[in-house]
Design a protein around this ligand. Structure first.
Ligand code: ATP
Length: 480
């Protein structure tokens, strides 16, 4: 195992041990590519979602939110192109019966080439793959797999079927009587809930172009390659925003959102060198330009967010299939038109994994007395940390818990606090480090005399004495 693979395994174990992420229905051995979020995980996930939501709908006056249903009229997915086009080219290995996404096994070879220092060869291979994917040349893709001798990781053979398309949508039935039930889909993206509500929102919120509609919610994809923990799941959450614009202005808005979304990521304190843009060569059926914002996960640079210039593809098709006008009257230019759309689409679970990957650190140092010490710390940005403040009475006696509880009562209406009196202070600090609590406050005997407390900062481990009356303000000042 490489250092990075080790680190990734450690993050997965840590996430489970400290109540961030559990395998779904674990007592039945789990369900592949489905996960549950525990006490600290659900809090962190909610904080990331809220941070995105606030940034989108509160900081941008021309963006409003909606919360559309997961189930939608089945024609939605015909109009959006998902019934016909939402598929990935797959290939099966005849010996292991294992199915792979064609782009993934070719990218796997490119990663190996890179790790051997053969950057140019890797780039050439990916360019060749992109061209074949763009041309939907499935025979060419199969040839490429054969000529590069790409083997199945299970059977270790190069005995492949033809390349075929495989639709990723889950379906189910709606209706109580089986014979009358209609097939419907679990939405594979949240975006369509926004498109079908375009006019409802525009009219009721009296929005003027350019404006955006934001939404967060579950999406479902029957992913074939379901690996890498919560990176690729079958049930996941998206945070999407569709920005409606005048046709012809898509290039400038595309550039605007590309930059703005990267700034959002950087506002969480992630190092800029951990991000890069990846322009799409093969465009999805709805796009005239698209790129991924990629982050360097422990397993390499991978997409965390997509920026797509979707043209008027979706609204035009919903107009066609529903027979309802999807037009907007622009009184500045005195024209009716179907707006163009720039989409920003980020996976909440992938962002969560990004935060775990970026925050997790194992630290070792030598203490003043020469002995070794170490800790695992999650340097989660304070504004999204699951718990903001731990309040720790030094002992269970002498009225210290009462003072601590008084501080709890002062702070807990404003942010998540945690009270603990068990174990030594050192052990309690370590537990708070492991779940990423940015501040710990210790109440000791001096507190009784001068109403000061010791505040300990997670990242620097520095401690200082401050008046107890300043604790709430200090924590709140770092939450925005
Ligand atoms: P990929 O190429 O990784 O399959 P995609 O290009 O199909 O992703 P989009 O349709 O653009 O992804 O979806 C937008 C975002 O939703 C992605 O950037 C990603 O963060 C998230 N996402 C997509 N599929 C999954 C999944 N199976 N599990 C978790 N997050 C996902």
């Amino acid at each position: 195992m490489t250092t990075n693979e080790n680190k990734f395994q450690e993050i997965i174990s840590h996430a489970k041990e400290y109540g961030f992420v559990f395998p779904s229905s674990e007592i039945y051995d789990g369900l592949s590519a489905v996960y549950d979020y525990g006490p600290y995980g659900s809090e962190l996930k909610k904080n990331i979602r809220d941070y995105w939501w606030r940034w989108m709908t509160q900081m941008n006056e021309n963006i409003v939110g909606i919360d559309a249903a997961i189930f939608m009229h089945p024609t939605t997915w015909k109009a959006s192109g998902h019934v016909d086009n939402f598929s990935d080219p797959m290939i099966d290995n005849k010996d292991s019966n294992k199915r792979y996404r064609v782009d993934h096994i070719i990218e796997g070879l490119a990663d190996t080439l890179r790790s051997e220092g053969k950057e140019t060869e890797a780039d050439k291979l990916l360019a060749e793959m992109d061209a074949l994917l763009a041309a939907e040349d499935f025979a060419g893709l199969k040839d490429l797999i054969y000529t590069r001798n790409i083997k199945c990781s299970v059977s270790n053979t190069c005995n492949w079927t033809d390349v075929r398309q495989f639709n990723l949508m889950f379906s189910t039935e709606i209706g109580s009587v089986a014979e009358e039930a209609d097939k419907i889909y679990l939405r594979p993206e949240t975006a369509q809930g926004i498109f079908v509500n375009f006019l409802n929102v525009q009219k009721t919120a009296r929005m003027k172009i350019p404006f955006g509609i934001a939404q967060t919610g579950k999406a479902f994809r029957n992913e074939i390659v379901a690996r890498q923990f919560i990176f690729r799941m079958r049930e996941f959450e998206q945070m999407e925003m569709q920005f409606f614009i005048r046709p012809g202005t898509q290039k400038e808005w595309y550039e605007y959102w590309k930059e703005a979304r990267l700034q959002w990521h950087l506002s969480l304190g992630v190092k800029p060198e951990k991000y890069r843009y990846h322009d799409h060569v093969k465009l999805a059926h709805y796009a005239d330009a698209a790129l991924d914002i990629e982050y360097e996960f422990p397993f390499g640079f991978k997409e965390v967010e997509g920026i797509h210039s979707r043209t008027d593809f979706d609204l035009k098709n919903h107009q066609l299939y529903s027979g309802k006008k999807m037009q907007y009257f622009d009184n500045e230019i005195n024209q009716n038109y179907i707006p163009y759309v720039i989409e920003t689409s980020i996976g909440l679970d992938r962002m969560f994994l990004l935060i775990l990957s970026e925050s997790y650190a194992e630290e070792k140092w030598t203490k003043e007395d020469g002995t070794a010490d170490s800790r695992v710390v999650m340097r989660i940005p304070a504004k999204i940390a699951p718990l903001k403040l731990a309040i720790l009475p030094l002992t269970k006696k002498d009225g210290l818990p009462d003072i601590a509880k008084e501080l709890m009562n002062q702070c807990k209406p404003f942010f998540r606090c945690f009270y603990e009196e068990k174990d030594t202070i050192g052990k309690r600090y370590r537990r708070m480090d492991a779940i990423g609590t940015p501040y710990c406050v210790t109440i000791d005997h001096q507190t009784k005399e001068d109403q000061t407390v010791t505040i300990r900062y997670r990242d620097s481990m520095q401690q200082e004495r401050i008046p107890m009356s300043q604790v709430r303000e200090l924590v709140q000042a770092n939450m925005l």
